[in-house]
Design a protein around this ligand. Structure first.
Ligand SMILES: Cc1ncc(COP(=O)(O)O)c(C=O)c1O
Length: 493
């Protein structure tokens, strides 16, 4: 014991004022504390580092003398307003890029990482799909539900069921039955951190390196990234205006098929019932699994609801995925899956080793919104708002482009695809750049086509995925005007 204590003392003795000064300076430059952010008090930092308070004070005085921080009596030190940091610390810059060899999984991700765009790069009018309007978030209902979940003294503080809180799974079971005709037992429901975690669980449990999986083409890149990360290979199957061309599945051997039958992402088709049966028959013959991503089926405008694949044939080979990312917020990270009974324990075990379970307070809060009817009334409101946004976008596209725009997939969901058939695809990059310079963010659909697919190449026209759920109607109007100006400029070149 005595030995350990003296070893510890030797380690902490090495941290002098100089070292603390240098570390903090690097962190300030790397914006660890943000612009004008607050640093820890000298007392708490000294306690954490196991040094005397005067050592920290010396370091703080040096930082203040060099203009890195502002110190006021009785207040915690702040980063000086004048400090302009870089995006990375010197320490990070100095790191060699590959210190430790990565696993095969790590290498695959490094070679083909999924994209994420920092919000700071966003233009004034952004047609990016996936964002919701903060004005639509049900602040009061969520506040009430989350306060109820966090202010009650919990009955116990222990890890909960990896499949999710029983209360939420019970509420979801009723919700899925009444809104989507999905019949399942509470045991079949697994609450996950967004559908993304559901996809990851499916990848880990259903695919091995060298396997094949069917992807809609064009399709959802995050799904193909996730499945490919296992070392399995995508088999792109083309999509038409009705969704996956199931006739093309004949002869394809694969362990799973990922589909978005309620509103194909991105082209927007609703898979007809005959194709649904054809897909399920294909899966049954091969013992393959169909992953049904029902990501935005809450929004439908001109289409009648078609029963989900899960509701057909008892859902034996189907994993159903749902999310609150399109109804409440993509930042909430709550999704749910319905898995075949025989696979329940494997999914629960995989979820447990991934993160034990989804945070309980949020699960409880969502359960109470579902039980009280607050979720349903929120849905009625956002459905109406999104119907208005969609109509405005359709009207504005018609007004600005007339017959020169062809619209696809607008009957449901929160996005549509606008094709400009007289603009060759090679002008796409210039169009994105010109539009961006005018303050409008547009997203070509070409990125979602699989380059490996033989036969029909990617379309030779510019097609844009236009998300509208984060925009107010006047922004949609302005965005279409700016887009028209950008297109005119490209045509003149
Ligand atoms: C096809 C599809 N599935 C699922 C999601 C939602 O994923 P998550 O629940 O992980 O936020 C999205 C989001 O844009 C999507 O486009």
């Amino acid at each position: 014991m005595g030995q350990i204590k003296s070893a510890l003392r030797r380690q902490t003795e090495g941290i002098g004022a100089r070292r603390i000064y240098e570390d903090l300076r690097d962190q300030i430059l790397a914006r660890t504390y943000g612009t004008h952010g607050v640093l820890p008090s000298s007392r708490s930092l000294a306690g954490e580092l196991g040094v005397s308070r005067s050592t920290v004070t010396v370091a703080y005085e040096q930082l203040a003398a060099e203009g890195f921080i502002e110190v006021r009596h009785g207040a915690r030190p702040r980063v000086a307003k004048s400090v302009v940091g870089g995006s990375k610390s010197r320490a990070v810059d100095a790191l060699p890029t590959h210190v430790v060899p990565l696993s095969e999984f790590g290498k695959r991700l490094r070679k083909d990482p999924p994209k994420w765009t920092a919000p700071s790069g966003h233009p004034a009018v952004n047609f990016r799909y996936g964002d919701l309007s903060p004005a639509d978030f049900p602040v009061l209902a969520w506040k009430k539900a989350i306060i109820a979940a966090v202010t009650r003294r919990p009955a116990r503080l222990a890890y909960d069921d990896p499949s999710g809180a029983l209360r939420l799974r019970t509420a979801l079971q009723g919700f899925l039955w009444r809104s989507r005709s999905v019949r399942c037992s509470v045991d079949q429901i697994v609450v996950v951190n967004g559908s993304q975690q559901g996809l990851d669980l499916c990848a880990r449990l259903l695919l091995d390196a060298g396997d094949r999986f069917v992807m809609e083409d064009p399709g959802y890149l995050m799904a193909s990234h996730t499945f490919s990360s296992t070392g399995a290979a995508p088999v792109p199957v083309p999509v038409d205006r009705d969704g996956l061309q199931t006739a093309r599945l004949a002869g394809i051997d694969a362990r799973l098929a990922y589909v978005t039958p309620s509103h194909q992402y991105p082209l927007g088709g609703v898979l007809p019932i005959a194709r649904r049966h054809e897909l399920l028959a294909w899966a049954r013959q091969r013992d393959a699994c169909v992953i049904e991503d029902d990501y935005d089926s809450e929004y439908r405008y001109d289409t009648k609801p078609v029963p989900p694949l899960h509701a057909l044939e008892g859902g034996h080979n189907v994993v159903y995925l749902g999310t609150v990312s399109k109804t409440l917020s993509p930042t909430m990270r709550i999704g749910y899956m319905v898995v075949p009974l025989a696979l329940v324990s494997a999914f629960a075990a995989a979820k447990q080793i991934m993160d034990r379970h989804t945070p309980l307070a949020e699960q409880e809060a969502l359960a109470s919104m579902l039980e009280s009817g607050a979720y349903d009334s929120h849905m009625r409101r956002v459905r109406r708002r999104n119907a208005e946004r969609r109509q405005t976008l359709l009207d504005m596209l018609r007004r600005r482009f007339g017959d020169r725009v062809r619209i696809e997939g607008a009957a449901a969901g929160l996005h549509l695809v606008a094709w400009f058939d007289d603009l060759p695809q090679r002008s796409e990059e210039a169009l994105v750049r010109t539009a961006r310079s005018k303050g409008v963010g547009i997203y070509p659909i070409s990125a979602l086509f699989d380059r490996r697919r033989q036969g029909r190449a990617r379309p030779d026209a510019v097609g844009l995925i236009m998300g509208y759920s984060a925009l107010e109607t006047r922004q949609i109007d302005k965005g279409c005007r700016l887009l028209a100006a950008a297109i005119d400029e490209i045509r003149e070149q």
